[in-house]
Design a protein around this ligand. Structure first.
Ligand SMILES: O=C(O)CCC(=O)C(=O)O
Ligand SMILES: [Fe+2]
Length: 349
């Protein structure tokens, strides 16, 4: 990452163990600090959503307790899995772990080259991009098809192996955490630094697009017998890239509403199609979800890109100044101000 960010220490916000706990059955996110607070805040709402009996409420409390437990141990468990994977897993296509120019679509490289020129402008870049699929959601070619096929083959091979596997996010059950599998250093980090940040700098200067310094990368998978869709949410990112890798699928469009501050009843959604090899760039706080696929299998590469300078002021998940707690690796992208760090301000325009 820029300024040697990979050697920096990153943190989580304390809200990670209390906020945004997703209750699948009720398609809603909740906050749990104490049972008393939770009952007061959510009993009536949950009962309107169908959680009526004592037993149902008890089940909800148990689910929350399991999720909180999972989150508390997540960093350590993930680091342990990464070590075990390195130890026992034999990659099928070892070369896909190292980003090469030949994996990238020539048009993508041309767009990035444009961004690196001296006389660039957002307008000039928008002319080169495929389309603005929804407000400030940009479509662009990213990979060559042959690379997408090999990457999915690699991921399927990993899925079938006996190596330990984590869950990409609280909301996705199926998919792969790419840092655990060893994609960070030679693939995701160079993809971000060399290719994506020049783009985000021009497209999202107001959301930290010029000072992105860490990421969380994962692959989500939808299958007729597994997850079909994804509920409406915002990401734990400043800017997200979502690339369709295949395989064959029908439906499963993304839909975008408004920024998370806008009330739902004032929101109109627009649907955006996934096209294999192409990526969609969007603001992390732009609410979105995925419609169910109606056949096949859909794999997407998701990169949540984060700007410590933005999130250090306001945690995007609890909307408060973050209270830092220790985490592993890039954690959730928060940093402690330190005199040892260069203090070039990231200007938000
Ligand atoms: O299924 C998709 O394409 C969207 C996934 C997504 O929004 C996420 O994982 O944050
Ligand atoms: Fe998302």
């Amino acid at each position: 990452m820029t300024d040697g960010a990979s050697h920096r220490h990153f943190y989580l916000c304390r809200c990670f163990s209390t906020d945004n706990i997703f209750l699948e059955e009720y398609h809603t996110h909740v906050r749990f600090v104490t049972q008393q607070q939770f009952t007061l805040d959510y009993r009536a709402l949950l009962s309107r959503l169908g959680c009526v009996t004592e037993q149902q409420f008890e089940d909800v409390l148990n689910k929350i307790s399991q999720e909180v437990d999972r989150r508390r141990h997540l960093g350590v468990m993930s680091a342990e899995r990464a070590i075990a994977i390195k130890d026992m897993y034999q990659p099928f296509h070892p070369h896909v772990y190292h980003l090469q120019e030949s994996y990238l679509s020539p048009k993508f490289k041309q767009i990035v080259e444009y961004c690196e020129n001296r006389n660039t402008s957002e307008e000039g870049l928008l002319d080169l991009l495929e389309e603005e699929a929804a407000v400030r959601v940009y479509r662009l070619p990213v990979f060559e098809k042959s690379f997408c096929d090999e990457l999915v083959e690699e991921l399927e091979h990993f899925e079938k192996s006996s190596a330990p596997k984590g869950r990409p996010t609280t909301m996705n059950h199926y998919g792969i955490l790419l840092d655990e599998l060893g994609f960070d250093e030679d693939f995701i980090t160079p993809l971000c630094e060399r290719y994506l940040y020049p783009l985000t700098s021009l497209l999202y200067p107001d959301c930290g697009g010029r000072c992105l310094d860490s990421h969380k990368a994962f692959v989500v998978k939808y299958d007729m017998n597994e997850d079909l869709d994804l509920s409406y949410h915002y990401d734990n990112s400043e800017v997200t890239l979502n690339v369709s890798l295949g395989k064959d699928f029908t439906e499963g469009n993304l839909y975008f509403g408004d920024m998370k501050q806008v009330p739902l009843n004032e929101t109109e959604c627009s649907e955006v199609e996934h096209r294999v090899t192409e990526g969609l760039l969007h603001r992390g706080q732009h609410m979105h979800g995925a419609l169910p696929i109606s056949s096949g299998q859909r794999w997407n590469l998701i990169i949540w890109m984060r700007a410590s300078q933005v999130r250090n002021n306001l945690c995007p998940m609890c909307n408060k100044r973050p209270t830092l707690v220790e985490g592993e690796g890039f954690a959730d992208g928060f940093t402690k101000p330190s005199s040892a760090q260069p203090s070039t301000p990231c200007v938000l325009t």
